[in-house]
Design a protein around this ligand. Structure first.
Ligand SMILES: CC(C)(COP(=O)(O)OP(=O)(O)OC[C@H]1O[C@@H](n2cnc3c(N)ncnc32)[C@H](O)[C@@H]1OP(=O)(O)O)[C@@H](O)C(=O)NCCC(=O)NCCS
Length: 162
């Protein structure tokens, strides 16, 4: 695929967002409301996608969104979004969410999700992405290869009406 402006790395668009869980973010069990975490995930992925494509991006779909652990009032939540694959107009973005332990700084994974974001013009129409992605290291190369399988699964699921 020819990219008119060359390649970027995941690190170029890496997006880290830190949130402190407040009363407005919790449900009746003092637990982080899942919808709020989804909002933060969408925001982190959107910023990473925009940083990569250098324009506007919209979320087309979210998949593999798994809540592994709960998070609670006054917890520090860190979200890290990385572009893992770039197609013609779309990008796959992985967002990992953690609770950061206050005493040690250690991060406990609470969620990971893959989002498909599409570069769009001012009218909201898909627009070719001018930068490819250069995966660096084994993990990024594995994500890139995995993305091709995930995209095939997403298209199959869409065709099946999921
Ligand atoms: C995102 C949107 C612009 C895509 O428009 P569209 O006409 O469906 O676009 P296309 O069919 O050309 O597909 C665009 C890209 O998505 C990919 N795509 C579409 N359906 C897909 C699916 N089921 N699985 C995986 N990728 C898919 C296409 O392969 C293409 O990527 P590529 O160019 O890298 O190959 C349009 O669906 C939209 O506006 N959706 C609403 C977005 C929104 O409001 N989001 C919430 C707020 S951000």
């Amino acid at each position: 695929m020819g990219y008119s402006k060359g390649l970027k790395r995941s690190a170029d668009s890496l997006t880290e967002i830190t949130k402190l869980i407040q009363y407005r973010d919790i449900n009746g069990q003092n637990r982080l409301f899942g919808g709020r975490l989804m909002e933060w995930i969408d925001e982190a992925a959107g910023v990473a996608a925009m940083r990569h494509c250098g324009g506007n991006a919209v979320t087309l779909m979210v998949d593999s969104l798994k809540f592994k652990k709960g998070a609670y009032i006054n917890d520090i939540v860190v979200l890290i979004a990385k572009v893992t694959y770039v197609g013609r107009t779309s990008m796959e973005v992985r967002v990992d969410s953690y609770v950061e332990e206050k005493h040690t700084g250690l991060r406990r994974a609470i969620n990971h999700a893959y989002l498909t974001c599409v570069h769009v013009d001012d009218e909201g129409r898909p627009l070719p992405i001018e930068y490819g992605l250069e995966p660096v290291g084994l993990t990024e190369k594995a994500e890139w290869e995995g993305a091709q399988r995930r995209i095939a699964i997403r298209k199959h699921r869409t065709a099946e009406g999921f």
